[in-house]
Design a protein around this ligand. Sequence first.
Ligand code: ADP
Ligand code: MG
Length: 464
Amino acid sequence: MTNEQIWQGVLGEIEINLSRANFVTWFKDTFISSFEDGQVIICVPNAFVKKWLEEKYHKNIISALENTTKQKIDQIIYKIELRHNNEPIFQVNEPKTNPIKTASQTSNSISKSSDRDINRGTNKHGLNPRYVFENFIVGKGNELAHAACLAVVENLGKSYNPLFIYGGVGLGKTHLLQAVGNAVAQKTDKILYVTSEKFTNNYVQAVKSGQAKEFKNLYRNVDLLLVDDVQFMGGKDGTQEEFFHTFNELQQNDRQIVLTSDRPPKSIPAIENRLISRFESGMVADVGKPDIETKMAILEKKALEKGFPLDKEIITYVAERVQNNIRELEGALTKIIVSHQFKGVNPSVNSVKEVLNDYVSNIKTKSLTPKEVIESTAKFYSLSYKDLISKGRKKELVWPRQIAVYLIREEIGTSYPSIGIELGGRDHTTAMHSYNKIEQEVKSGNEKIKQEINSIKQLLNSDY
Ligand code: ADP
Ligand code: MG
């Protein structure tokens, strides 16, 4: 076996257990340069990949190497080295890029003077100075996104472009996005942070007032473009068109783009395919719910910052009670501090419990299961649970089934593969399709559906 063949075998095995985005990120442009007496030298394109392979994938690589070669591997050395021949070891679907255009405009066209809505407490780039890496706690749910952000800062426009971060509300996407901006602000001034809504509004405004050219100059001449909540571009065709061109122009000139969204590119409803493929062309990283350790670390740090340190016991208690996201965790902490300061008492587990009883019951602590959602949906449509998870494809069944998918996703956030399993072993693409279909109906203002969904939600709340 040649080194090339061995590495192909290893990659084949590793790929099975990784998302495409992860796989491409960590294994693109890697190869074996030497394999002798159980010692392997694996070449990687940069220090970031090296560190990540050493820390995260070392065991997987050893075991895949041993499986492939049927030899014991004693040592792996990861070495930073670029491949000499340009033949890619595996095909990555990268967008065809057009010849690089030169940016003819100068940097002074980047002026934010037209922005009237710079928030209080934000700096000149519209960034909140509180959102920095230094106070971002890294844990299981966010380590990939965090690492990717650091890599982007270190190697602007050259490591992952674009970087696409997605995940549920309150999990730190905006914090990370702005942390990139704040870090890069130390090197360049040409930074633009916008929500996709603001991009849309600016664009519409510019076209109306005959300033489309100025708009283009502003957005296409930055070193770093940060777009928050890009899912809101769904359905806005004109904006998507403009964004597509902005995007290409920046990407071709190695200007960095970082995007956030509440869902992966493919699941954004009513978004053009060419944009999806652009969004996926760099790195896609998700942020998930924090585990208990991360929540505790965040609480401890934030309590200290606010000059109100809490005992470990209290911190554990709060971290266990607040389930959903970090924003709620912060809300709970603020509530605890205010309440104790007001009463002038020192916090104890009991007194904290009292405060949280009000707070947590308001933020829905009952955890709903997919099965309960399916049952309630079936009940609403006078069907049985079995009907809904059956293979039957009659119209009377298909519709309620799609509604159930939508509700499970909305109310619980279950992954598509798991939803498919819950619904009688369906494929995840079916689940995704169902969700998109109902979501589109809801968004397009289908009142009948909205009412049905609300009624089922009420059933869910009353039954469980
Ligand atoms: P999202 O954009 O995903 O909805 P945000 O970035 O607005 O979430 O985060 C919500 C709040 O939680 C912010 O105040 C943010 O600073 C805080 N936060 C989120 N993740 C972390 C973290 N890992 N460490 C510290 N604070 C965090
Ligand atoms: Mg956000």
